[in-house]
Design a protein. Structure first.
Length: 385
C-alpha cells in the first residue's frame, strides 16, 4: 500500500493565526502580519527568558505557562518549533494514528501535528487551563477539532480507553525532576502505564531537548524498554545495549530541517538565538503486543551525526542493526552506485554493500554500493514475512 505524503506545515496560514491568537490573549490591537516595536521587544525578552528556563531545566515549583508573557512567547516561537517537530516525528509512524492522547500538551503543538496527519479524536491534557484554551483556539480557528482536559500528573488520566498514539513532548524533567527522591521509579511506573494503554498497533512518542541531560534520560528510557522487550519503531534499529550510553559524552539525538517564517527569524535575531535546525531527542515505542519492525536480513544503518571532516575525508557516524560504525569516503567523485553519500543527512537509514572494512569503520571505494533505505522523518518500509 502506497503511503500518503506527509502534511504540509502551512505556516503561511498559521503565523498570522498565531499572531491573532496572541493579540486577543493580551487584549491588543495591531497589524495581522507583524509585531509593533514595543510588542517585539517584549516578546523577545519573554522568548529569551523562556529559553533560559527550558535550557536550564524546568524548576519543580514553577509552571511557566501561568505567566501570560511566557505563554504568549511560547505561542509565537516555541509552538512553531514543537509543531514542526511533531510533523517530522509523527511521520515515522507506519499507520496514521486516529485516537491520540497528548500529555503535558500546553497550547497543543504536538496535538495539532497529529490533527494535521488526519487523527480524528485528539485529547490535549495539561495542568494549565490558559495554555489549553490557547491550543483550542489555534486548532478551532484553523478548522480542526481538539478536545482538552485539565490534568495534573500523576493523577489518573481523565480519558478512558486505548490510543493509537500517546505523546509526551518536552515534559519529563517537569514531571519527574531529577533532584527529587525516587523520580526514576515514578517515571518508570508512569511510562509502563502509558505503554499498556496503546492499541495493538499503537505508539508512545517521547520527545525532549538535545541537551546532555534530557538526551541521556531518553537514552536510558530506551535501554529500560529494550530490557522489558518493548519494541522500538524509531530511531533505533540496533536492538542491543545503547552504544551512546557506553561512551562518555556521546549524545545521540535527531536533527531535522527548520522552516523559518519571517517572524521566527526576527525573534531569533532579536534574542540572539543561534538555531539553524530542529534538534531533539526522541523515542518512538511500539505496543508490547507488537514486534520490532521487520526490515529484512540486510544490515541497515542510521546516520547519527552530521558530516565530520577527518583525515579519511568526509565521515559519518552510524548506528545499525549490527552496532555502531563509521562511514567515510576519500573518493574525489562518487559513481552512481555511491552517489547518495554526497546527500546523506542525520537520521537517514542506509544500506552499504562492498565497502572497505577495518573493524567498525567502513570506507567507500570503487565498487561500493550505498542505498538510501529510508529518509529521515519517514516510516520504515517493513518486509513481509
Amino acid at each position: 500500500m502506497k503511503r500518503k505524503p506527509p502534511p504540509k506545515s502551512d505556516l503561511e496560514t498559521l503565523m498570522p493565526l498565531l499572531l491573532g491568537v496572541w493579540r486577543r490573549f493580551h487584549k491588543l490591537s495591531g497589524p495581522s502580519d507583524s509585531l509593533q516595536t514595543r510588542e517585539f521587544r517584549g516578546v523577545v525578552a519573554a522568548v529569551k527568558e523562556l529559553q533560559e528556563i527550558v535550557n536550564g531545566g524546568q524548576p519543580a515549583n514553577k509552571n511557566y505557562f501561568e505567566d501570560p508573557n511566557l505563554l504568549g512567547a511560547y505561542v509565537l516561537y516555541n509552538w512553531v518549533l514543537h509543531y514542526q517537530q511533531a510533523l517530522s516525528l509523527i511521520g515515522e509512524i507506519p499507520n496514521r494514528p486516529r485516537r491520540v492522547l497528548d500529555l503535558c500538551s500546553g497550547p497543543a503543538p504536538f496535538a495539532f501535528g497529529a490533527l494535521k496527519y488526519g487523527a480524528s479524536e485528539v485529547y490535549a491534557l495539561d495542568q494549565s487551563q490558559m495554555a489549553l484554551q490557547l491550543g483550542t483556539e489555534i486548532a478551532g480557528r484553523y478548522g480542526l477539532p481538539i478536545q482538552v482536559r485539565k490534568w495534573e500528573c500523576p493523577s489518573s488520566i481523565p480519558v478512558a480507553g486505548e490510543f493509537d498514539l500517546i505523546i509526551l513532548g518536552h515534559c519529563l524533567e517537569e514531571l519527574f525532576p531529577p533532584q527529587t527522591k525516587g523520580w526514576g521509579e515514578r517515571q518508570e511506573k508512569f511510562l509502563d502505564s502509558l505503554i499498556h494503554r496503546l492499541t495493538p498497533h499503537g505508539h508512545l512518542l517521547i520527545v525532549g531537548s538535545s541537551l546532555t541531560e534530557p538526551n541521556r534520560r531518553i537514552l536510558q528510557i530506551r535501554e529500560m524498554m529494550v530490557k522489558k522487550k518493548i519494541p522500538i519503531q524509531a530511531p533505533c534499529v540496533w536492538q542491543g545495549e545503547c552504544p551512546a550510553l557506553q561512551t562518555p559524552n556521546s549524545p545521540c539525538y535527531a536533527q531535522r530541517e527548520f522552516e523559518k517564517p519571517y517572524l521566527i527569524k526576527q525573534l531569533q535575531r532579536g534574542g540572539e538565538i543561534n538555531l539553524s535546525s530542529l534538534k531533539m531527542s526522541y523515542l518512538l515505542l511500539r505496543s508490547p503486543q507488537a514486534a520490532w519492525p521487520n526490515v529484512g536480513q540486510q544490515p541497515l544503518y542510521r546516520i547519527i551525526s552530521p558530516p565530520v571532516e577527518s583525515f579519511q575525508g568526509k565521515k559519518f557516524y552510524l548506528c545499525g542493526t549490527d552496532g555502531k560504525k563509521s562511514l567515510s569516503s576519500r573518493l574525489p567523485k562518487h559513481p552512481p552506485e555511491s552517489k547518495a553519500f554526497d546527500f546523506l543527512r542525520r537520521g537517514d537509514l542506509i544500506s552499504i554493500e562492498n565497502p572497505l572494512e577495518n573493524k567498525s569503520a567502513f570506507e567507500i571505494k570503487e565498487g561500493t554500493a550505498l542505498k538510501l533505505h529510508t529518509p529521515a522523518g519517514k516510516a520504515l518500509p517493513e518486509t513481509e514475512n
